[in-house]
Structure formats: structure tokens, C-alpha cells
Design a protein around this ligand. Sequence first.
Ligand SMILES: *[C@@H]1O[C@H](CO)[C@@H](O)[C@H](O)[C@H]1NC(C)=O
Ligand SMILES: *[C@@H]1O[C@H](CO)[C@@H](O)[C@H](O)[C@H]1NC(C)=O
Ligand SMILES: *[C@@H]1O[C@H](CO)[C@@H](O)[C@H](O)[C@H]1NC(C)=O
Ligand SMILES: [Zn+2]
Length: 421
Amino acid sequence: MAFLLFICIIFSAIHCSLSADDYVYKDYANYSFYRIEGDQSQMKYLSKTLKDQLHEHQLLHFIHKNHAEILVPPNLKTLLHLIIIRKNLKMKIIYNDISEIIREEKQAKLRYRNGLSWTAYYDVDDIHRYLKNMSSTYPQWTETIVGGKSYEGRQILGLRINTPGQDNYTENKPVFFIESGIHAREWIAPAVTTYFINQLLTSSDPKILALRDQFDWRIFPTVNPDGYHYSYVYDRYWRKTRSRSSNGCRGADPNRNWDYNWGQHSTSKDPCDYQLYAGSAPFSEVETRTLAAYISKIDNLLFYVAFHSYASLLLVPYSDSTEHVDNYEDLVQVGKTSLEYGSAVNGNKYDGPGTAAETLYRASGGSMDWVRFKHKTRLVYTYELRGSSFHWPPSRIPEQGDEVTQMMLGLATEARNMGYY
Ligand SMILES: *[C@@H]1O[C@H](CO)[C@@H](O)[C@H](O)[C@H]1NC(C)=O
Ligand SMILES: *[C@@H]1O[C@H](CO)[C@@H](O)[C@H](O)[C@H]1NC(C)=O
Ligand SMILES: *[C@@H]1O[C@H](CO)[C@@H](O)[C@H](O)[C@H]1NC(C)=O
Ligand SMILES: [Zn+2]
């Protein structure tokens, strides 16, 4: 292992990838996942106190409006319990030992074999194999597209689907863009995205076929391929890119790195911040910079949709302001129809649509805001998929895949009713 790493450092110019087994998978033994209720100032105090005890501030915490979820290492549990008593907070343990979940998930991993199963999570190379196979299976109207590149030299690979439809019309269709997996650990996002691709390509439902034929689709399942791979083979909770800062810490949050109000809300200036480092400058990350350049070349961009997890929530721009965009009412109406279509599948309800500033917290430098601001794209959405942690059971990927498929159909249907295309 040490020898292999050494070889990789020497030859890092040629892309060197270790296989999953070469890494010692970070096991998170005896880490517990807590839900703690209290207001934002109490949550900030709590996370700061715990963070100060940690090397490189590697605390995982998700602060919501009236509660927080925190992944606590075994050596900090006593301190956590003390704070909870002192501040009179309510707590609930969601997972006592998160390593059990990580181990089960690891056992359920599969390698690509003539396709994806959608009952397992796959590494980025396998997702790319799938996209390439789809472009050679349907060569007349699909092609792989390169939306950019990563720090470690991977492609941001996507699939374009542009059928001639019933009237041989492929020119100047409205573009429907899907960006997924910008946060590495949100594995369900790339999984439902390839599931959706499969629906577009193989469904026999006339409504899905009509949905497919109406748009020029540009779908990117993993726009942070280095981060996703690192999360897949080493650190399950990795969120950022893998770029190297001058002080040696790795990665920036690619959804805080876009050039719109960069660095203002819910971001960190500390390159060692495990979650929210915004990067050294707007578009410091090659992934966001190259993807933005790709997006800028698209004429006729109508829909921009990003998939994240987890919160069961639909967000509209802007994420760092409570002011509403000019077609906010339309965005809400189209979004509501999308959520109705989605909940008709399994009865699961999402919150929203609304701005992140109103429903979650203010966050600056995200892709959705940049796309809306820079390109005035009319229909721009971020879906926070379902779950109560980043671990959605792989056997249940189709459940959310079917919901997402209907949610996309709902978006298109209502937008068409309202004359957007
Ligand atoms: C985890 O907890 C168990 C039970 O308390 C203990 O036996 C074990 O040594 C712990 N493992 C680690 C790595 O802390
Ligand atoms: C490509 O996909 C087709 C259709 O799903 C499948 O039959 C075929 O085995 C796949 N080939 C490869 C090399 O993955
Ligand atoms: C579509 O194009 C094909 C091939 O160019 C042609 O044979 C067919 O008649 C066209 N159909 C329509 C509806 O224009
Ligand atoms: Zn996310």
C-alpha cells in the first residue's frame, strides 16, 4: 500500500488510480449520528465547541432551522452530552455506530457488468462506462458530452439525448440540463440521474417518450468525479473536490465556488474546513470553471436542474437572498406540479418550493444561483432528495428514481401549460 502510494506520487502526472482495495477504507468505528434540537445560535455554539477539539476541523454537522445532525467521534461523546445537559437541549441518536451502515453499503457495491443494476452504487468509472455504452447503443440520437474536467484529470462526462421525435425536429429544441453529484457523498443523486437516463431511453410510457422528444437533454451524473471517487473508495463523507491548497489541505466545496456572491453566506475561508471551504477565489476549482464554460456555450437553455441529498426539499433561486426573482410565482407553480407528480408515485411529500434562504439557510456561490444570474435561465431548480442521512439503501434506488422521473415530467408538463416552450 505505501509502495503503491509512492509510485502514484512519482507518476502523478499520468493519472494514477488505486483500486478500491488499495485504500484502507475509513471505517468511522463507533461514530454516532445525533439529531439535536435547538435554535441556530445553540447549534452554532455546539458545533464550534466540538470542532475546536478536532484536527483539521473535520466535524460533520448539518445545521437546519431548528435542529442539527452531527456525526460525533467516540472521543467527543462525553463533551457532547455535557453540552446537551448544560444547554438543556433535546437529543436523539439516529445511528449508534455509523460504521455498520458503511460496512453494509460497501458490501452491496457492484462493478459494471453490461449495464447498471440500480440496486447498487457504482464508482465513477462504471458510471462513465454506462454513458459510453448508451451512446453506442443509441448512436443516432445520443452522444457522450464532456462538460469539463477535474483536478485529477477525469472528465465530467455526460449524455446528450436529442431524438428526432415524431416530426424529425432536432434543431433548436429547448435544452434541459441536469447536474448531479456536485457534493461527493450524496450518492443517491448520481444513482437517480442514471436511473432517469435509463427511463428516457427505455421506457414504453408514451408520456416519458414525449418528455424525451421535447428537449435537447444534457445530463451529467457526476460533476465532481474526483470527490465522488474518493468518497467511494476512501472517505464516505467526503463532500468537496480534491484540489490541493498551499497548506496541504484538500478540496473546496464546489457548490460554494461559483462566481455569484462568492464567499458570503454559509461558507468557510479555511482550506481545511471539511465541508464548506469556498475555494481560494470564485471558480478556483477546475470542475466549476470548466462546467460553467460549457453551460455558457449552450443556446436555448430552458431548464437547469441540480440534484442533491438529503432534505426532501425543492429550492428555487436565489439561495442567498429572501428577495424573489421576477418569475418566482411561475417557478413555484411549476415546482408544485413537479412535487405533486413525484408524490403520486409513493406518497412522499417534499417541502417547498421556496428559496433556500427561507426554507433552509442562506448559502452563496452555488451553481443554481450563478446560472440564473448569469444566463437569466427561466426555470432553475435544486432538488434535495429524500433520506434521513447520506445512506439511502441501494435496494431502494428505483423508488426515488421513479419519483424523480415523474417530477421531471411534472416540471415539463406545467412549464408547457404556462407557455414556457
Ligand atoms: C467501539 O466500541 C466497542 C464497544 O464499546 C469497543 O469494544 C471497541 O473497542 C470500540 N472500537 C473503537 C475502534 O473505538
Ligand atoms: C450495453 O447496453 C446494452 C443494452 O442495455 C446491453 O445489452 C449490453 O450488454 C451493454 N454492453 C456493454 C459492453 O456494456
Ligand atoms: C423523417 O426523416 C426520415 C429520414 O430522413 C424520412 O424518411 C421521413 O419521411 C421523415 N418524417 C417526417 C415526418 O418528416
Ligand atoms: Zn448537496
